[in-house]
Design a protein. Structure first.
Length: 384
């Protein structure tokens, strides 16, 4: 009998505890109700990149040689036509002498053909030579003129790269053998090439090999070969940033789309830019999905911004996406059952709550977009 009484008391205690716990849970849980409305959903994509000039011009060595002098520091601002490098080149000296002699020879031959052409004009007008002879003289004259133009162009290209101030070699004739000999013995002037800046901008280090990302610094005494890139002139009146965008996001971007550019080195500056190019071929990333290169340009920087923002700094690019209007609900309202997604919806007339099947879209920290299954104006009920 005593055991029976103890069992009854034990069961009553359990029932009491359960009632208290349920009551406490009901007090802590709060029923919430929200109305489904359609509103625009804006999202922002963030990418990182390296700041580059808005435009660049490559400077190449005009001949094989040795760097005699470098008259700037990398990062300096330079003007178009400003001498930057002096290169000693015996090959250039030989090429210049050959070009000068070919020019003088072509000039002499042209003068001779010009005289013959005048005589042929007179003879042909007076029917003293045949048409065939006259055409032959014309052909010789035109060929001589073409040879002179080509020889002068070749000499012009070499003449720009040496410093022979106050000397005009274009007036030299084959008879001026003494002056020609003097020119050919201008050893120092002909051997030293000066390479000038092709544009206004900042002198930057070139990349050693394409794709390596390693920079090379040309210094006095270095050997260079014809065609080697020895410097890059960068236009820093604006800037360019290249970012890699994954295949899942690239189709959300378009040319001309506005972006915001910031950086750790200039945290209080927000630059307005735009997308200027989107690659149509992806590059395979190690251990990940293919990525597409996207070019972002900030067309204008103020002088103060140019003094603070430098080539090679890191930049953060924010691209805001304007998505179509969608319905969003609190993430707490989502009910998962048997691999499907449901919402509790309250009928306004009957006041009853029933489950509806929905299809969800993008998810944020506290909300979910509903792509289908829910109508605007319906009331969603959930516990908070």
């Amino acid at each position: 009998m005593k055991n029976y009484i103890k069992l009854i008391l034990f069961l009553l205690l359990i029932a009491c505890l359960y009632t208290c716990t349920t009551h406490r849970k009901m007090k802590t849980e709060k029923t919430m109700q929200v109305t489904a409305v359609t509103k625009p959903v804006n999202s922002v994509l963030y990418y990182s990149g390296i700041i580059e000039p808005i435009r660049t011009v490559m400077m190449t060595s005009p001949a094989d040689g040795v760097m005699n002098d470098v008259q700037f520091h990398f990062g300096d601002e330079v003007k178009k036509g400003q001498p930057l490098f002096f290169i000693s080149s015996e090959k250039f000296q030989s090429d210049y002498k050959t070009a000068l002699m070919q020019y003088i020879k072509a000039k002499t031959e042209y003068a001779n053909h010009q005289t013959e052409m005048r005589e042929s004009d007179f003879l042909h007008k007076n029917s003293l030579i045949s048409d065939d002879d006259y055409k032959s003289k014309q052909t010789g004259f035109y060929n001589a003129r073409l040879s002179l133009v080509q020889a002068k162009d070749a000499l012009d290209n070499l003449q720009k790269q040496i410093d022979l101030q106050g000397k005009n070699f274009y007036d030299l004739k084959i008879e001026d053998i003494d002056k020609i000999t003097q020119v050919l013995h201008e050893q120092n002037a002909l051997r030293q090439i000066h390479v000038v800046s092709p544009a206004n901008g900042v002198v930057l280090l070139p990349v050693k090999e394409e794709g390596s990302g390693e920079l090379k610094k040309i210094q006095q005494g270095d050997s260079v070969r014809q065609g080697d890139v020895i410097a890059v002139i960068g236009d820093v009146s604006g800037l360019t940033v290249h970012v890699s965008v994954g295949e899942l996001s690239v189709n959300q971007l378009k040319q001309g789309q506005s972006v915001k550019v910031t950086g750790m080195a200039f945290p209080d500056v927000v630059l307005d830019g735009k997308i200027t190019a989107i690659d149509r071929q992806g590059e395979s990333m190690q251990g990940g999905l293919p990525a597409f290169s996207v070019e972002v340009v900030v067309p204008v920087l103020t002088r103060e911004q140019q003094n603070r923002i430098h080539v090679g700094m890191t930049a953060k690019v924010a691209i805001e996406l304007d998505n179509a209007a969608k319905m969003t609900v609190p993430i707490k309202a989502i009910i998962q059952k048997d691999g499907k997604t449901y919402l509790n919806v309250k009928n306004e007339k009957s006041g009853k709550v029933h489950l509806i099947l929905v299809k969800t879209g993008e998810t944020t920290l506290d909300s979910v977009t509903i792509d289908s299954g829910l109508l605007p104006g319906e009331n969603i009920v959930f516990t908070d």
